[in-house]
Design a binder for this molecule. Structure first.
Ligand code: ZN
Length: 237
């Protein structure tokens, strides 16, 4: 629960952290958190005196249940629009398709959707690589596939801050790749880390990690990329 940058709040929950952005028009949520996420969002907004500001939009990085669980509820209760990465459409509809090792994630999510009462949603706007979203100083979408097919980063253009979603996880011990069972294509995910670093961000903001500042997360991602490159199991060019 903290301000990670002027105009950016991080909502910390046990399952994952998600973000709230603010401009003159109101607030924008990047992913909606998992069970308990709405309450933590409300607490965090109240703590920072943002609770009277309207939530105008919800941006969705990818279709995993811990990121989209509250999206329908938040949109319904606030009137916010939903902009979501196009290639994860089946996830929003509650019928994702998983192959290989990631079928484990499919089983886990199917159980979760049933037990927790997942609400489907239809985005108001479909996002593709290189789209521009006219909020704050402008956000550019960056397709970073591998974790899921549609996995999308959001680059705050002026500040050069990149929301990296689940491209990697970032804890005190360092950066790690997401577990294989959570990835659609792990090698592609590593190539996407290279793509993200190629954008020369000033800092990155992952959804799973410690409360370190964006530049520290970036250092962890850089070191991780060096390590996996040295492991030599892919052509990352
Ligand atoms: Zn994920």
């Amino acid at each position: 629960m903290q301000i990670v940058h002027p105009g950016i709040l991080q909502v910390r929950t046990p399952a994952l952290n998600f973000y709230v952005l603010r401009d003159e028009e109101g607030l924008y949520v990047i992913d909606g958190g998992f069970v308990g996420g709405v309450r933590m969002l409300q607490n965090t907004l109240r703590q920072h005196g943002w609770n009277d500001l309207p939530i105008r939009g919800i941006l969705v990085t990818h279709g995993h249940l811990d990121h989209i669980f509250n999206v329908a509820y938040l949109a319904k209760t606030t009137g916010a629009w939903i902009a979501a990465t196009r290639l994860d459409a089946l996830h929003y509809a509650g019928k994702p398709h998983y192959e290989g090792n990631s079928r484990v994630t499919g089983w886990l999510e199917a159980t979760g959707r049933f037990a927790l009462g997942y609400q489907r949603f239809q985005p108001d706007r479909w996002l593709d690589d290189g789209d521009r979203i006219e909020i704050l100083s402008g956000i550019k979408t960056v397709h970073l596939p591998g974790h899921t097919q549609g996995h999308m980063g959001f680059l705050l253009e002026k500040e050069r801050l990149l929301f990296t979603a689940d491209l990697f996880v970032s804890y005190r011990a360092g950066g790690r790749l997401p577990l294989e069972i959570f990835n659609n294509d792990s090698a592609e995910n590593v190539r996407s880390i290279g793509k993200a670093l190629g954008l020369k961000p000033a800092g990155v903001l992952p959804n799973h990690g410690s409360d370190a500042p964006p530049d520290v997360h970036l250092q962890r991602m850089e070191r991780l990329f060096e390590r996996v490159k040295c492991a030599g199991h892919e052509d990352y060019s």
